[in-house]
Design a binder for this molecule. Structure first.
Ligand code: ZN
Length: 113
């Protein structure tokens, strides 16, 4: 089966974060990783991850992926997402992005526009 290509990175992408749905039905949010060189660094990480199967397009169904990678713009709005298929893949992203779990359940609030 051919590996589906990732869609182009959203033009406003400046940062990444992750979200995991936990078995008990709750979710776990992670800190935001803002790439120093922004979109360029994000594209580079996505390309590397795609090459080894650590990220896939979020368009597939059914989705039983381990975590979701959210792409944020400069206002911390989610503009795109990708799937992180496995625990091993998530560990790679966790290390690469230096993610930390946010202890409290996070309310992201409503759209402020
Ligand atoms: Zn998925």
């Amino acid at each position: 089966m051919a590996k589906p290509l990732l869609p182009e990175l959203h033009p406003n992408a400046v940062a990444l974060t992750a979200f995991r749905a936990l078995p008990d039905g709750s979710g776990r949010a992670y800190t935001i990783s803002e790439a120093p060189s922004r979109a360029h660094a994000i594209k580079f990480s996505l390309r590397r991850a795609w090459a080894v199967g650590y990220v896939r397009p979020s368009t597939h169904t059914p989705c039983d992926c381990y975590a979701v990678l959210d792409v944020l713009d400069a206002n911390d709005e989610i503009v795109q997402d990708f799937c992180v298929p496995s625990a091993a893949a998530f560990r790679w992203w966790y290390r690469t992005l230096d993610l930390r779990a946010i202890a409290e359940p996070v309310c992201t609030g409503t759209d402020s526009r």
